[in-house]
Design a protein around this ligand. Structure first.
Ligand code: OFO
Length: 169
C-alpha cells in the first residue's frame, strides 16, 4: 500500500510525464512546420515514449492498490527560435525531469517504500540514457551549424528512428 505522500508524489510525476509528452508533441509540430520531417518523426516517438513513462506510473499506482488522480496538463511552448533551440530545450527539460525523479527516490527512501524505490530505479537509468541521447543530437547540431547539407543528413538520420533507443522492458 502506498503512503498518501508517496501516492501524491507519484501522481504529480504522472502528470509531469504527460506534460513531457505534450511538450515533445508540440516540438514535433514545430519541426514539421520547418520541413524537418525526420526530426519531427524522432520527436513524435519521444512523445510516445513519455506517454509510456506516464502509463508505467499509472500501472504501478494501481499495482500498489493506490488511486490515480489525473490533473491538468500544462500548455506546452509552441515556438522556438531555431532547431538547436528545440533540442537544447529538450535537454534542459530532461535535466529537470531527472531532478524530479531523484527527489522521488529520496522520498521513497524516506518513506521506507522499497517497492517504490525499486520501481523508480528504472527511471533513474532511463534519465541517464535520455540525457545522453539528446545531448548527442545537440552536439551534432552544433557541428552542423549553418551547413544545410549536414542538417539535411541529420534530419534523415533522425527520421530512421523506429522506436525508442532507450526503452527497455
Ligand atoms: Fe524523458 O523522461 Fe520521462 O521520465
Amino acid at each position: 500500500m502506498l503512503s498518501p505522500v508517496m501516492q501524491d508524489a507519484l501522481n504529480k510525476q504522472l502528470n509531469a510525464e504527460f506534460g513531457s509528452s505534450y511538450l515533445y508533441l508540440s516540438m514535433a509540430a514545430w519541426l514539421e512546420n520547418q520541413n524537418l520531417s525526420g526530426m519531427a518523426h524522432w520527436m513524435r516517438l519521444q512523445a510516445d515514449e513519455e506517454w509510456d513513462h506516464a502509463m508505467r506510473i499509472f500501472d504501478f499506482i494501481h499495482d500498489r492498490d493506490g488511486r490515480v488522480v489525473l490533473s491538468t496538463i500544462e500548455t506546452p511552448l509552441a515556438e522556438w527560435s531555431s532547431v538547436i533551440d528545440v533540442f537544447e530545450a529538450s535537454l534542459a527539460h530532461e535535466q529537470k525531469i531527472t531532478g524530479q525523479i531523484n527527489e522521488l527516490v529520496d522520498l521513497a527512501l524516506q518513506e521506507k517504500d522499497h517497492a517504490a524505490n525499486a520501481f523508480l530505479q528504472w527511471f533513474v537509468s532511463e534519465q541517464v540514457e535520455e540525457e545522453a541521447t539528446v545531448k548527442s543530437i545537440v552536439d551534432k547540431l552544433k557541428l552542423a551549424g549553418e551547413n544545410g547539407v549536414a542538417l539535411f543528413m541529420l534530419d534523415t538520420e533522425l527520421g530512421r528512428r523506429t522506436e525508442s533507443p532507450n526503452e527497455t522492458p
